[in-house]
Design a protein around this ligand. Sequence first.
Ligand code: ADP
Length: 490
Amino acid sequence: MYIVQIASECAPVIKAGGLGDVVYGLSSELETQGNSVEIILPMYDCMRYDHIWGIHDAYKDLWVPWYGGKIHCSVYCGWVHGRLCFFIEPHSGDNFFHRGCYYGCDDDNMRFAFFSKAAIEFLLQSNKRPDVIHCHDWQTGLIPVMLYEIYKYHGMDRQRVCFTIHNFKHQGMGGGDILQATNLNRAEYYLQYNKLRDNFNPFAVNFMKGGIVYSNAVTTVSPHHAWEAHYSDVGCGLSHTLDLYQDKFSGILNGIDYDFWNPQSDRYIPQPFNKETLEDKIKSKKALRDRLLLQNVDKPIIAYIGRLDNQKGVHLVHHAIYYALDKQAQFVLLGSATESGISAHFRHEKNFLNDNPDCHLELGFNEELSHLIYAGADMIIVPSNYEPCGLTQMIGFKYGTVPIVRGVGGLVNTVFDKDYDTSLPPEKRNGYVFYDTDFHAIEFAMDRAIGLWYYSLEEFRQLAIQGMEYDYSWNHPGAEYLKIYELIKA
Ligand code: ADP
């Protein structure tokens, strides 16, 4: 099958979070399973060019209709760790992708509406006719709309779309100007409830809703999150739309790319290990302590790796730092905040804890350091308010790092409480789960984890090994996506 992925991220060249990992990992797996895959991305000024091999002009003169005129774009092509990627660079005064950031601009809706228009125009003009176009998140939600309403009349009538929602919180909104810019026009048509009209704002176009309404299949990134989005407020206003389209909506658990996340072959850790040689994890623990100037003492290390925002339960992350220190554990945090209030808060904490030999807060995005933390920590906390899938607990498993998580979204599908999950035999359990958002709940889970580490390191090691035995590779989810592609293919 010929599949084109269109997204705003692809790790490691463009990565702000899990979306990047998923686009890369899924594409690799689909190729391994015998398909031809290409990836279309924006050409950001700040992406990691050092991860692109053999970059060259693929299409010099792409003219993209935009408002009443056309914007000239160049399309470059190169390999990102073996994946064939196309990067679209517009030449216009808007400088859509020359902003020194991936997201967070006031005109993000226009930037990604343009990217969507350019991506589909590129497919048209370069005569690419994939069987399936796989679009990811709100940034690409207008692609199935344009395909169905415009491009199918220009020879793209056999292309089918799978739309995957990685985070319902960010839906992409705009006014009538979005419709004019993309040449969809006809506001009276698109601003109907059964088209693109936001479910709560009658004057707004909702990109994600467009993706749901117009795609042939819609997925989100775990079965439990699919349920939550459909039946609870986690759908952020789109529950009714999901209900209307429930026959084409499902949840497929994300995988992890074990070529990239593998303590057996990880070039960022000092000594490889696997479940047979788990004792060698101690070398990563030592290297992590040396690098972050933590004291080398007989204590467990608890880690947090992730964006610092309300979704991730930052009030619990903050509490966990002090609780861990109080309970004779060390704490390492690697996180970046986009919201200024949260950013200032953690900068303050960092200064306050600067001289503490048991704690290090690293603020910013650092791929290399994240590998060493996964390998060197004993436990990883994921206290999210909501979590569509969550990759950090799955990466943690692979590195023998025991997760302590809140039971929401994909965390429910992946982490099974050592003491209380009676649905599984004890030898299949792999971590600690709590449910409430108050301090008591996370404290109880942390007490149990830290307690086991001090009480019986051997039992704790066994729990880590049970986590390592789970297969969260892309193998199974890749096959699930292929089943969907087969189902919708023309
Ligand atoms: P998100 O909601 O951000 O997509 P996920 O758990 O799905 O969360 O994926 C997070 C991914 O981003 C993981 O690969 C994690 O290691 C990585 N990550 C998050 N924050 C950082 C950071 N500050 N530095 C390095 N990697 C990070």
